[in-house]
Design a binder for this molecule. Sequence first.
Ligand code: MLT
Length: 271
Amino acid sequence: MKVVNVGGMEMWYEERGRGLPLVLVHGFPLDHTMWSEQMAPLADSNVGGGLRPIAPDLPGFGRSPASRDVATMEQFADDLAAALDALRIAEPVVVCGLSMGGYIALQFWRKHAARLRALILCDTRATADAPAVAASRLTDADRVLREGPGPLVESMLPRVFGATTHRERPHLVENVRGVMMANPPRGIAAAARGMAERPDMSTAAAEIRCPTLVIVGAEDTASTPAEVRRMAQSIPNAEFVEIPAAGHLCPLENPVAVNAAMMAFIAKHTK
Ligand code: MLT
């Protein structure tokens, strides 16, 4: 992994390939390894004249230290823009975010639209949390700080994978349990609090003008295909792809289908 200094904070990231930068933003409470099945296939493809996938550990996850008590989606988006500056990437990039990564990608669009060539939103939503969901995130954050990530991780694991993965590839569940458990409680709590206060973007989504691909796992129970399709329909000209035999973490669960959808979309919009 490599490291870049972002406003005095270390942000660790993995990158591969050369060409159009593709920023892959992980979900909660994960790290850059969520995109391990995308890095080589996308970097080795010739799509768009060559792709350069960049998968950071967001501050407070993986190797990137936690330094905030509340980490808003807007701050994470600003961190990504600052990381691009530090890497001297001035050209517009593709930003792809899953779930919490999608909340961040929407903030990146809101704050840094001129830096965006295209948007890929996976298993995510534009709406804010309902008050009860926001309240439970604050309770979760306090509990993670008191007891560690265990109870939160065990409550999340059944719903972040689809039924097919639970049945046929339980090792994936074990791997992700390890990633979630290794994240620092302070980083997890800060992001949970930040998600609780994220703004509603469902009206603003109608203003998105850059090419947008929306992806959802057909077996996603955390952000259901019906809900994600509705978001796609609210974004002008957005393309929508449902990934078979996969749940909320479809890039890990069915990488062949996700990579094909991403490559077809990028190829079409970089002609
Ligand atoms: C994620 O995968 O990032 C989470 O499901 C996001 C959330 O809790 O809303």
